[in-house]
Design a protein. Sequence first.
Length: 480
Amino acid sequence: MFPLPRSRDATPQPRERSLGVISGPESPASADFRQKLTQATGAQGQPGCFDIVFEEPVSSAALDTNTQSAAWKLSLFDVIGSFAARGVGTVVIPCFSSHGFMGELKANSPLPIADMLDALHTHVRSHFPAARRIGIVTSAHLRGQGAFERYFPYPNFEILYHSEEGNDSPQAFRKACAELAQQGAQLIIPGLSELIPLVPQIGPVSVPVIDPHRIYAQYVVSQTLPPPQRRFKIGVLGGVGPAATVDFLHKVVRNTPAHRDQDHLQVLVEQNPQIPDRTEYLLGTGPDPTLALYATCRKLQAGGADLIAIPCNTAHAFIDLIQPHLDIPIVNMLTATVSHLRESFPTLREVGLLATSGTLASGIYHRALQSQGLREIVPLPTLQARMMNAIYGPQGIKAGFTSGACVEDIDAVIGDLVIRGVQVIILGCTELPLLFRHRGLTLRDRQRVTLVDPTEILARHCVEAAAASTHLIGAAHRGA
């Protein structure tokens, strides 16, 4: 339905052979992984072909134990964000503790993350296909996270743990491995980063003890990971006007089939009421809003929106100027509305239009209706003045009123259009639907007119676009 975006924004595009390594402080474990990653890139036959960036997250050591885990998680995510800004292609985290929240990281990361435990699982399945009982030497804390069981699930595997503290010497590590072998382990994985450099030092053990750093490094350089999947995101240029934006968002929610919060769509709203008035400019009495509209659209594009909705009819007079400079589509509310009219009322010939004088002066609805063989019927000049008063007046809709004089003005305008034979009327200003709870309006003389709400149609189109995308799009197609 809508073209997928291509990026023109400042965020660098990920480089396929660029690795961002989140390493710990200078330690034997960090040095060991760096050495093995260097060896793995050289083994690919193209030494130096990988651009590798190392970065250390902010330490949480000074925090109390209740906040250390959250601080570590957030720090890792911040580093991933810095990698994305630098054009890194793949995130590398040689750290077992991160697997307590790896699912959260992957779900929110803008970059693919090479999963160390997935690398170990793949290695075990391919090199030790008969192994079922896996011995893990780790800490009680990491054991409690349950990460190893998620990657080596029962009944295909049985996990045997040795989680006594103080296993950070070659002798203690070798003893732990021997005890696991005696318990029937067919393969042993050192599940603490500080144990991995000790693997060559412990001497022969009756069962294989694998080197996670070497396996992970080889996995990282040999795999081309797909970009993360993400949910479709609607970008809303809001504030034109503010209440109409809220009304549009309500209609998006109402039209989305959902059973829980997580079933709803991602929406990015840039509420910018400071955009100059569109009608004033079109009537020659105010500043040009084109640049402000464009700048707001660019913010939405940079924020990862897949399309842009503008719940303002008059603003559509400017989208032909803006759209060529964007890489994501603006949904044209006017053409969508007119197409809806043609499909819903195949014999219709004339359509009434309630809109600002700026919208009428721009001719945007006139051209859209004409393209579908429909003729635009607008209020007489005196009644158009009442229309503008209902929208912009001191007791108008933009001033927060939804009853009283503004309703009387609109009723008068609609009544005159009905007398002139109009049976279908477009509410061509997004403030107008705030006055009507139903599309059908019964007048005093019992004549009935159908009111068509472009905001409702725009919301449905956005929901349909998200459904057509199956809600998930590869990040390579992302607009930022």
